[in-house]
Each structure stands twice: as C-alpha cells, then as structure tokens.
Design a binder for this molecule. Structure first.
Ligand code: PNS
Length: 173
C-alpha cells in the first residue's frame, strides 16, 4: 500500500514485542497471523522485560533464532530494543502493538501493559491475538524448564530453536 508520493506512510506497521526466550511455535503462530492483517511486522526482543526473569538465551541468540525463522518473510524485521516499548514504537512510527492472549490468566498482565502503554502514548493500540488452540497452554518458560529437564519439546518449538535448546541445556540429561 503506497501513497501518491510512492512513500509507504499508509502502510500499517505493527510491533510484536517480547522476551522470546526462546521463540515458541505459539509466538510464531501469532506473528504469522499478524501478517494477515498488517503490512509490516517488527518482532522486537526487549532488553528489559517488565517481569524480571533470568534469561536462558542472550538477546543476541534470541535475535538470531528469530532471524532464522523469518528469513523467508520480507515483511518481517527482527530487532532488539532497550527502554520503553512506546518510545521504540514511536521511533519506528508503529502505532500497533501485538500481543498473544492465550487464556484468561494472561488477561490481567496484558491489560495492565496495554493501559500503561496507552497512558504513555495515547496513539498506540494494542492488538490481542489468540494463538492456535494447540499452543494455548504453551509458554517459553515451560519450554525452557521441560527442555532443560530432558523433556521432549519438539512439538512446541521449530527445529532450529530445538537444536539451540538442546545445545544450551545439554539435553537436560
Ligand atoms: O514476553 P514478555 O516477557 O511477556 O514481554 C514483555 C514485554 C517485553 C512486552 C514488556 O516487558 C515490555 O514492553 N518491556 C519493555 C519496557 C517497557 O516498556 N515496560 C513498560 C511496559 S507497560
């Protein structure tokens, strides 16, 4: 979608922020669903997540996994950001923030973030998407735990991510 000047100002760019430690098939599903309704998608790994966690993968490793997975999708850009999400979104002229909503248990945290982000930048809209039901119980933290304890997570992450998980956790065995 371009305007008369040939610029892409009318294109809708969305930001899908998260920890992605690591990216799961649930995240991937949400990203691909988003591409059905926006022109461009920036998948952004946060240096500072709101809920403090000790990450398994470095930001650089998480970014590499995202780039591998979306290498075939020219409308996706994978990047990392520091500081406030709304500042990053403003910099990128993206007024849409995408978040996956798996279950009612996600709602409170997501609603708080959406309202806080809106209070910081009134123009931002948060778009909640439901992942495929197969991934409705999936979380990166559970994938990390199960993988590092030797459980089979091959249904929940893509092969390239699985390979890195096994290398990082030593298969948990
Ligand atoms: O996948 P996560 O960990 O639930 O993602 C949370 C994330 C990264 C979207 C959130 O922590 C965030 O936006 N962090 C950037 C810093 C920020 O803007 N914090 C205020 C959010 S209201």
């Amino acid at each position: 979608m371009t305007n008369d000047q040939g610029s892409d100002e009318r294109q809708v760019t969305a930001i899908y922020p998260g920890s992605f430690d690591p990216i799961t098939k649930g995240h991937e599903d949400v990203a691909r669903r988003t591409l059905r309704i926006v022109d461009r998608l920036v998948i952004a790994v946060a240096h500072s997540a709101t809920q403090a966690k000790s990450p398994l993968f470095s930001v650089q490793e998480r970014l590499e996994m995202l780039e591998e997975l979306f290498a075939d999708e020219p409308r996706v850009e994978c990047t990392a950001f520091e500081g406030l999400l709304v500042d990053f979104a403003q910099e990128r002229r993206a007024r849409v923030v995408v978040r996956g909503l798996r279950a009612v248990s996600d709602f409170e945290y997501e609603f708080q973030m959406a309202q806080m982000n809106r209070s910081l930048w009134p123009d931002v809209e948060t778009l909640f998407l439901a992942p495929d039901v197969d991934y409705s119980f999936l979380s990166a933290s559970l994938v990390r735990e199960v993988a590092c304890l030797g459980g089979d997570v091959s249904r929940f992450v893509s092969p390239s991510v699985l390979e890195r998980l096994l290398a990082k956790c030593g298969g948990g065995r």
